[in-house]
Design a binder for this molecule. Structure first.
Ligand code: HEM
Length: 398
């Protein structure tokens, strides 16, 4: 996508693409401006729904009737709802809470690293980059080890529609998985209501509803928050880690530097990885009123795509933006986590788990190189970008 982004930035950083009926914003400056103006650029766009064919509509609805209808909470809500949910979750998801997870994240990373082979090809999305964030989120939500496989299946089902179409059987399977997921967590929430613990779920059940301080937060709203943590935290972190490993395998000097100075260099790799890869390539907004961005005017009621992947490679903001350079002084100026009121809530967790992953890999392996069996196929998605699989070969220590 990058040559197309570049030509848009140069010619018209706010551009209406008639075939899609959407406005694309591609310069760093104007993406940041739109993010800051959440009154005009609304997030209440609703998530794109898969159209369900008439032939199975009744069946899907019957399955969904056993669950809870979606409640917009964070990503797809505007103030005041957004403010309310964000403040509540931020109370549970504090920097202290994240920092306390470090030993457990390290233990998970070590276990996964120990299972990787030396001197033989391994597919690292399945073997490392996907299970790590999944198990970390499972830990945050206190999912016991014997339910991890179910948790993974639910998580995969939530994102099954990100990349493409599902057939009828796939849509029914997805609906069943969603309800199974909801029932599992609804039971967990009941358990926390009866026996509160020192965990995130207990924090959520003790919160009050937005409209009435005497009413607890509804199960439907909490389920939606959990879904957002799951979706927002898994695929994104997997794509970041996979992309950084790909860069490391392409340039042996980077691995040597990581081994020499793992703590600082891992953090630099993560930050430059975020900029260079932009796992969340773009997010939608909808204009609530006529909007002005630089010299451009967007009418009210328009769907706008903020292209983080392009903003992060804007040469007005970053020198040689298409080079992966962990030593660049201002990588942190990226917008890979967004900015403003919707800025990624999980950013401290994503940074921590990615840094630990790189440290643990560097502690075990002396080198890394690309395996022979790579097709370098990217996820067929417009919002998430990342390799679908990556074959690597790690070398022995020393
Ligand atoms: C929001 C990126 C990891 C939870 C966002 C947004 C971006 C983003 C760009 C802003 C969307 C917008 O402006 O509309 C990423 C990337 C990640 C990552 C690149 C990893 C590399 C995580 C993790 C979690 C998480 C690990 C949770 C455990 C959230 C939530 C929001 C969010 C809840 C919504 C915040 C709101 O609307 O107030 N993320 N994220 N993310 N992220 Fe992340």
């Amino acid at each position: 996508p990058y040559p197309w982004h570049r030509s848009l930035r140069e010619r018209a950083p706010v551009h209406f693409v008639a075939s899609r009926g959407m406005w694309f914003v591609t310069s760093r400056e104007l993406v940041a401006k739109a993010l800051a103006d959440h009154d005009t650029f609304s997030s209440a766009f609703g998530l794109p729904q898969m159209p369900v064919p008439d032939s199975i509509k009744a069946e899907v609805e019957a399955i969904q009737a056993e669950g809870w209808p979606p409640v917009p909470t964070l990503l797809t809500a505007d103030p005041p709802e957004h403010h309310y949910y964000r403040r509540m979750l931020a109370k549970a998801f504090t920097p202290r809470f994240v920092a306390q997870l470090e030993p457990e994240i390290r233990a998970i990373a070590r276990e996964l690293v120990a299972a990787l082979p030396v001197g033989a090809e391994v597919e690292v999305v399945r073997g490392f980059a996907a299970p790590l964030p999944l198990r970390v989120i499972a830990r945050v939500l206190n999912v016991p080890d014997d339910r991890i496989d179910d948790f993974k299946r639910w998580s995969d089902q939530f994102t099954a529609t990100v990349g493409g179409q599902l057939d009828d059987a796939g849509l029914l399977e997805q609906a069943r998985n969603m309800v199974e997921f909801q029932k599992y967590f609804a039971a967990e929430l009941d358990d926390r209501r009866a026996h509160p613990r020192a965990d995130l779920l207990s924090g959520l059940v003790t919160a009050h509803s937005m409209d009435d301080a005497d009413e607890p937060l509804s199960t439907g709203a909490i389920l939606n928050i959990i879904v957002q943590l799951l979706i927002a935290g898994n695929e994104t972190s997997t794509k970041l880690l996979t992309g950084i490993l790909h860069e490391l395998a392409r340039e042996p000097k980077l691995w040597d530097r990581l081994r020499d100075n793992p703590i600082d260099y891992a953090a630099d790799l993560v930050e430059e990885g975020l900029r260079f890869l932009s796992p969340v390539q773009s997010m939608f907004r909808i204009t609530k009123a006529e909007a002005t961005l630089g010299e451009y005017t967007i009418p009210a009621g328009q769907l706008v795509v903020l292209v983080f992947g392009s903003a992060n490679r804007d040469d007005e903001a970053f020198t040689h933006p298409d080079d992966f350079d962990p030593a660049r002084p201002n990588a942190k100026a990226h917008l890979a986590f967004g900015a403003g009121i919707h800025a990624c809530l999980g950013a401290p967790l994503a940074r921590l788990e990615s840094r630990i992953a790189l440290e643990e890999l560097a502690a075990r392996f002396g080198s890394v190189r690309l395996g022979a069996g790579n097709d370098f196929a990217y996820e067929p998605s417009f919002m998430l970008r990342g390799l679908q699989r990556l074959a690597l070969e790690f070398g022995a220590d020393g």
